[in-house]
Design a protein around this ligand. Structure first.
Ligand SMILES: NC(=O)c1ccc[n+]([C@@H]2O[C@H](COP(=O)([O-])OP(=O)(O)OC[C@H]3O[C@@H](n4cnc5c(N)ncnc54)[C@H](O)[C@@H]3O)[C@@H](O)[C@H]2O)c1
Length: 337
C-alpha cells in the first residue's frame, strides 16, 4: 500500500482524491490546506488527517509515501522542495513551476533526496493522443512539414476573480502557463524539442496581469515548423482544443472542444476501413481512464520498480521553458502612435 498526502485542497485536489479512491494499492492518509474552511470540508469528505501547514504534516505524520502538490502554481516549488527533503515522493500539478530557478530547485531536491517525482500532464493519456503518439513512433505521416496546437477557450472574468492568485504572473501565469502548458507539453512529447520561437502575447480582454491571448510560431529540432494559438478570451464558452500534424505521407487532426477526438486522419499506410476503426475505437471511449489516475498508478509502479515516472521533472521543466520563451519573445510591443 502506498500512502498519499495532498497539499492544497481546491478544485484539482478532487481529481487526486477520486483517483486514489479507485486504486487498490493507494490510500489517502493526510491532507493539508492553509484555509481552515477548505481543510475542514476535505477532512470531512475524505476522513484523512488534516494539517494547516506542510511543515506540521511532514513532522507529525511519518507514514506518508507520496505528496501531491495541488496548490497555486507559484507555490509548487517551495512546498515540493520541503516534501522531497523529508524523503517523500512527489506528484506535482502542472505547471511544474513558474520559473526555471524554481524548476531547478525542485530537480535538485529530488536528486539529492533520491525520491521519485512526476508532473501532472494528464493529456498524454487521452486515447486519441495515445493513438497519435503511436502513429508518430511508426513514422506513419512521414517527414513532418508542420504541426499546430490551438486552445480556443473561455475563462471569464469570474474565473479569474474567484481567487486572488489567478491571472497573476507570480502565482499563475496566463493562458500559456495555466491552460496551454498541456498542449506545449504534448507538442514537445510528440514532435521533439523546440529550438526557435517567434511570438506575440497580450492581455486583450480579461482584467488580469498575465496574458490572455498568445500566438507563436515554432521550429523543432527536426526542422518541422509549429503554430500555437492560445486564448481564454473566446466568447462565450470553450470552443476548441486541437493538435494537428501534417506530413508528406499523411495528416491527423485531434480536436473537439477538448482534444479527445480524431477529427481527421489520412495516411498512405492505412486504408479507409482501418482509419474508420481507429476513429470508432476512440469514439467508444474518448476520455479513457483519467490521466490523474494513470499518473498516480504510474508513481506506484515507479516506486515498486525503482524507475523514473512517465512524466518527469525534466519534461515539466521543458514545457515551462517553452512557455517562458514564448512569453519573453512575445512581450515586446512596438510603439503605436
Ligand atoms: N492537471 C490539470 O488538468 C489541472 C487542472 C486545474 C488546475 N491544475 C493545477 O492545480 C493547481 C491548483 O489549482 P486549483 O484550481 O485546484 O486551485 P484552487 O485555488 O482551487 O486550490 C488551491 C488550494 O491550495 C491552498 N493553498 C494555498 N497555499 C497553500 C499552502 N501554502 N499550503 C497548503 N495549501 C495551500 C488554497 O487554500 C486552496 O484551497 C494549480 O497549479 C493549477 O495549475 C491542474
Amino acid at each position: 500500500m502506498i500512502n498519499y498526502a495532498i497539499v492544497g485542497c481546491g478544485h484539482i485536489a478532487n481529481k487526486h482524491i477520486e483517483a486514489i479512491e479507485k486504486i487498490d494499492q493507494a490510500s489517502l492518509v493526510a491532507i493539508c490546506d492553509t484555509n481552515p474552511e477548505r481543510l475542514n470540508q476535505y477532512m470531512e469528505q475524505t476522513g484523512a488527517e488534516g494539517y494547516s501547514s506542510i511543515d506540521e504534516m511532514l513532522e507529525r505524520q511519518s507514514n506518508i509515501d507520496v505528496v501531491c502538490i495541488c496548490t497555486p502554481s507559484g507555490l509548487h516549488a517551495p512546498l515540493a522542495v520541503k516534501a522531497a527533503k523529508a524523503g517523500k515522493h512527489l506528484i506535482i500539478e502542472k505547471p511544474l513551476a513558474l520559473t526555471i530557478g524554481d524548476a531547478d530547485a525542485i530537480a535538485a531536491a529530488v536528486k539529492s533526496s533520491g525520491v521519485k517525482a512526476a508532473v501532472v500532464h494528464p493529456n498524454r493519456y487521452r486515447p486519441a493522443i495515445k493513438q497519435l503518439k503511436s502513429a508518430l513512433e511508426q513514422n506513419m505521416f512521414g517527414k513532418i512539414s508542420h504541426v499546430n496546437a490551438t486552445v480556443r477557450w473561455n475563462r471569464g472574468q469570474a474565473y479569474y476573480d474567484q481567487a486572488p492568485w489567478r491571472g497573476t504572473k507570480a502565482m499563475d501565469g496566463g493562458v500559456l502557463m495555466n491552460q496551454a502548458v498541456h498542449n506545449l507539453d504534448l507538442l514537445q512529447w510528440l514532435f521533439g524539442n523546440v529550438v526557435q520561437v517567434k511570438s506575440m502575447v497580450d492581455t486583450r480582454i480579461r482584467a488580469i496581469e498575465a496574458e490572455d491571448v498568445a500566438v507563436a510560431t515554432l521550429r523543432f529540432e527536426s526542422g518541422a515548423l509549429g503554430i500555437v494559438e492560445a486564448a481564454t478570451t473566446i466568447y462565450d464558452k470553450n470552443l476548441e482544443e486541437s493538435i494537428s500534424v501534417f506530413g508528406e505521407k499523411g495528416y491527423a487532426i485531434i480536436g473537439g472542444v477538448t482534444a479527445n477526438w480524431i477529427k481527421q486522419w489520412k495516411c498512405e499506410s492505412m486504408g479507409d476501413e482501418a482509419i474508420d476503426l481507429l476513429k470508432q475505437e476512440v469514439e467508444a471511449n474518448p476520455y479513457g481512464v483519467s490521466g490523474h489516475q494513470q499518473i498516480i498508478e504510474d508513481m506506484i509502479a515507479a516506486i515498486r520498480d525503482d524507475r523514473e515516472p512517465v512524466v518527469t521533472v525534466e519534461d515539466g521543466k521543458a514545457a515551462v521553458q517553452l512557455v517562458i520563451d514564448i512569453v519573453q519573445d512575445g512581450s515586446v510591443v512596438p510603439q503605436i502612435n
